[in-house]
Every structure is written in structure tokens, then in C-alpha cells.
Design a binder for this molecule. Structure first.
Ligand code: ZN
Length: 118
């Protein structure tokens, strides 16, 4: 989270910004990061910066894979995690069951900012 915020601050330096209202992020399903945790961390690392008080808007990034065996590319099947409410992406090819490479869903990144310019 700290490195992401640093990158955003670096980007903001190049513009004449009065304040930042919202920071939009996508959170990959495979990061297994809790939104509460992220919000909490965000508040701490933005304290004393131009981002202080801005709203962190998070959306999920679904897992996407590409199959090394049959060439399938797309989403995956989900299995329900024992005892948990949420489902877990099944990281094998839904078509042939082969090994896959994860192409999306592993990272968290800032997608857009809502700013007030001076
Ligand atoms: Zn496959």
C-alpha cells in the first residue's frame, strides 16, 4: 500500500492539484487483501500528504488466466472455501484442467483519481 501511495503522490507532483477527492483502485482477487485492512493502511500512509482525507474506492479485479496447454484465455471456475462465505478461484484450466498462467487478479493498482485542480 505504501509504495502505491508513493507512486500516486509522485504522479500528482506533476500536476497542479488543489486536492484529491477519490482514489480508485482495483484489487486483484488473488491478493486476498481485505478491504478494511487496505482502508486502514491507506488512512495511515496518506496522513500529512495531499491524499489525506480522500476516499479510497476499491473494486475487485477478477482472475483471468491463460492455459499453457490448450490456449484457453479467460476466467476461472470457483470453488467454495470450506467453512468460509467466499469462494476461491480454482487455478487450473476450466476447459482442459491443465496448468495456467495467471494474467489478471494478482495485483492491486490505482486506476483513476478524482481531483480538484487549482
Ligand atoms: Zn486448457
Amino acid at each position: 500500500m505504501a509504495s502505491i501511495v508513493e507512486a500516486v503522490l509522485e504522479e500528482l507532483k506533476r500536476h497542479d492539484i488543489e486536492k484529491v477527492e477519490e482514489v480508485h483502485m482495483v484489487i486483484g482477487e488473488l491478493t486476498f487483501l481485505g478491504k478494511d485492512q487496505l482502508e486502514f493502511a491507506y488512512e495511515i500512509v496518506t496522513r500529512g500528504t495531499i491524499l489525506e482525507g480522500s476516499k479510497l474506492v476499491m473494486s475487485d479485479e477478477k482472475v483471468q488466466v491463460s492455459c499453457t496447454t490448450c490456449g484457453y484465455a479467460g476466467g476461472v471456475d470457483y470453488v467454495s472455501g470450506g467453512g468460509y462465505d467466499h469462494v476461491i478461484p480454482n487455478l487450473s484450466c476450466p476447459r482442459c484442467g491443465g496448468a495456467v498462467e495467471v494474467t489478471k487478479g494478482k495485483s492491486c493498482a490505482v486506476t483513476s483519481l478524482k481531483v480538484v485542480e487549482r
